[in-house]
Design a protein around this ligand. Structure first.
Ligand SMILES: [Zn+2]
Ligand SMILES: [Zn+2]
Length: 317
């Protein structure tokens, strides 16, 4: 069945792409025996089909880049390597960061920056750091009474929105946030309106304090809100564990999740920490479809525990 899907993808059948992506999200290892065929047929997109690729497949991709046979496909090949997150991919990308491969002059970013698409990076000492965890829980929205005394956004005067209020003393929360090393209560508060235009940062403490970061810079393109807007009235609570870290959805109702891997609508956008400049750890996703009947897009939550910063950004199609 998978082989047939792959052959249909090679013939540009969009339904087959969707079906294969569903398999890649639910159980990436099921595709491992077929990734050689994907390469043979030159199916490089979507790159997430290459999650769980083995050393042979990764070596073939690296060879293809090193031999410069398809410099016009370098972007796709680097995305594939990023999604494999394989140690061989990591060392090749390090090498290309100082010795760029053929076609690199046409890329918008350096080879190593592609790692972010796969949810990892190299820290300043050159060690690999995974920005996401492998444990994910569905987030289910609960209506909460609106509180009258909420602090307001300094830019648009909307009441600030408590995007999550969680505590790692709940074992499932602790598991979903283990990669962030956060311990304690985590409240991420943001402006649901302004976060749609720029990454908004807040200072957070394990006591559950959340404070708008004074260094947030109002973008010149932020529209003037005619009236302050009320934020969503729901607060997410933990639902069932997801069988795979890739099963959140930025599109579908019920797609919001804590932990696991983000479902980016656009390119990966792991926020950089204002404290240290490094990419922050990914915390979870709140889908517009879960927050509002007509909602679209998704809010992405980030955290950098060593610096005590949280961030929220937003993507839409
Ligand atoms: Zn605002
Ligand atoms: Zn930091």
């Amino acid at each position: 069945m998978i082989e047939e899907l792959i052959r249909r993808i090679a013939a540009e059948d969009d339904d087959a792409i969707e079906e294969l992506c569903e398999i890649a999200d639910a159980d990436p290892r099921r595709l491992a025996p077929y990734q050689g065929l994907l390469l043979d047929l030159d199916v490089l997109w979507p790159a997430k089909l290459y999650r769980a690729a083995d050393a042979d497949v990764v070596r073939r991709v690296i060879d293809q880049i090193d031999h410069g046979r398809t410099p016009d496909r370098l972007n796709h090949l680097l995305l594939v390597l990023a999604h494999t997150a394989h140690p061989l991919a990591e060392s090749a990308m390090r090498r290309w960061s100082t010795q760029p491969p053929a076609g690199a002059d046409r890329l918008h970013v350096g080879a190593l920056s592609y790692a972010l698409e796969g949810g990892w990076t190299l820290d300043p000492t050159g060690n690999r750091r995974d920005l996401c965890g492998d444990t994910a829980y569905r987030l289910v929205m609960r209506e909460t009474p609106r509180r009258a005394d909420r602090p307001t956004c300094p830019w648009c005067a909307s009441p600030l929105w408590v995007a999550v209020d969680l505590d790692t003393t709940e074992p499932a929360v602790g598991a979903a946030l283990a990669h962030t090393r956060w311990s304690g209560r985590l409240v991420i508060e943001t402006c649901h309106f302004c976060a749609c235009y720029t990454t908004l940062y807040s200072r957070v403490t394990p006591a559950g304090d959340a404070t708008w970061w004074a260094g947030n810079t109002r973008p010149s393109y932020l529209p003037d809100a005619a009236e302050p807007e009320d934020p969503p009235t729901q607060i997410p609570v933990l639902g069932p564990a997801l069988p795979s870290p890739h099963l959140c959805s930025a599109w579908n109702r019920g797609g919001s999740a804590l932990g696991g891997r983000p479902d980016w609508i656009q390119d990966a956008e792991h926020a950089d920490c204002p404290g240290c400049g490094q990419p922050m750890d990914y915390v979870g996703l709140l889908g517009g479809a879960d927050l509002d009947d007509f909602g679209e897009g998704a809010y992405y939550l980030h955290l950098h525990q060593p610096c005590g910063f949280a961030a929220v950004n937003y993507q839409q199609s």
